[in-house]
Write a protein that binds this ligand. Structure first.
Ligand code: SF4
Length: 369
């Protein structure tokens, strides 16, 4: 367990130096964050299920779930996952369909697949335990420098940084960095600097404190809440009025738009689903049959190679992935006579309980009863 020891004298010293107009250098400024940050974290840390009992497996699963997903959305998934797969051995042995069902709705399904691959390696090479080594953690599928740093510091107390988007934003503001935070080289440099200044005996609280300041105070969307920030006296972006321009990010490319026609294809009380390709977007997941473009009734029947069916329009829907947007038109197609295509015909109950269909199809799967 690490201790939230407050290094108040350093903080006071900084105030004196700054008031005399002698601006502290970047490393001095970073070093001076420790006291106020640890003090603030001790007072403001949110109570989260994985924080209550920071065992390596729990920290690992929570960190992977929290990538690209909000804390509140993760909580119920985390509890359900821990109940179903309480340890690394259970994760290594779970079937892919069961795993994806547990992950259904969280998105970015490659995260779940990498968890299983890593668990298999841990069982075969590490006796079913996560290694207490930052370097070894980084060799596991799905674990990059941030996640390795988070597991190493939070679960094992190893003094290594955990630099995610929150930390990049906070540090670039505090130090008035005009570098592009999406560049790997900028992230690596920040990791190096933080490794030098972070307290060896309080790595967990220090890393979590920085992440928490980024999540709750120096927020990702909207104006930062500088009036509540423990780093306000140190923060050059606040002092110089630069919070609108820092952090610097290169603009993202516009997403590609894909038009699709999604079919709720019904026959004798069952609905058609199929497995997606094992490469590309949403690999190996089940999906509702869908066709490229926005098709009309006649084109749908032609594509399905059936001539007798009742076709009803369903509401249109949109789903946004990181690089692509699906703009979907929907139809319910009640087949009469022969069935169409190579599909798996399942009941509504099986869709709910057994097969995982990505959230992209939610507007249509929720209509299946
Ligand atoms: S003072 Fe404001 S801009 Fe600076 S780190 Fe705190 S919240 Fe962010």
């Amino acid at each position: 367990m690490d201790m939230c020891k407050v290094n108040q004298p350093l903080y006071d010293k900084l105030q004196i130096l700054e008031s005399k107009g002698k601006e502290m250098d970047t490393m001095g400024r970073l070093k001076a964050m420790e006291g106020p940050l640890l003090f603030w974290y001790r007072e403001h840390a949110r109570s989260l299920p994985w924080r209550e009992e920071p065992l390596p497996y729990r920290v690992w699963i929570s960190e992977i779930m929290l990538q690209q997903t909000r804390v509140e959305a993760v909580k119920p998934y985390f509890e359900r996952f821990m109940k179903s797969l309480p340890d690394i051995k259970a994760l290594a042995e779970v079937t892919e369909d069961r795993l994806l069902k547990l992950w259904e709705g969280l998105g970015y399904y490659s995260r779940a697949k990498n968890l299983k691959k890593a668990a298999e390696i841990l069982v075969s090479r590490y006796d079913g335990e996560l290694p207490a080594s930052y370097e070894e953690l980084k060799t596991l599928p799905g674990i990059g420098s941030y996640t390795a740093g988070a597991i190493a510091s939070i679960a094992f107390g190893i003094p290594v940084p955990a630099v995610d988007g929150n930390v990049l934003r906070v540090i670039s503001r505090v130090t008035e960095s005009h570098e592009d935070i999406l560049k790997q080289s900028v992230k690596r440099e920040m990791e190096e600097r933080l490794k030098t200044v972070m307290p060896k005996e309080a790595a967990s609280s220090y890393n979590q404190g920085l992440i928490e300041v980024g999540a709750l105070v120096c927020v990702p969307n909207g104006a930062p809440l500088c009036g509540q920030c423990p780093l306000a006296s140190l923060c050059l972006a606040r002092i110089k009025g630069l919070t609108d321009v820092i952090p610097v990010r290169t603009p993202k490319k516009a997403r590609r738009i894909e038009d699709k026609t999604v079919l709720v294809l019904c026959h004798e009380g069952r609905v058609a689903i199929r497995k997606r390709d094992d490469k590309g977007l949403l690999p190996s997941l089940y999906e509702l049959p869908n066709l490229e473009g926005h098709l009309n009734e006649e084109e749908i029947l032609f594509s399905l190679d059936v001539d007798k069916a009742d076709v009803f329009p369903l509401p249109s829907s949109k789903h946004v992935f990181s690089h692509v947007e699906w703009h979907m038109a929907g139809f319910c197609v009640e087949l009469q006579g022969k069935t169409a295509g190579e599909f798996l015909w399942v009941t509504a109950k099986e869709i709910r309980q057994t097969y995982s269909l990505p959230g992209a199809f939610k507007a249509y799967t929720k209509l299946i009863r």
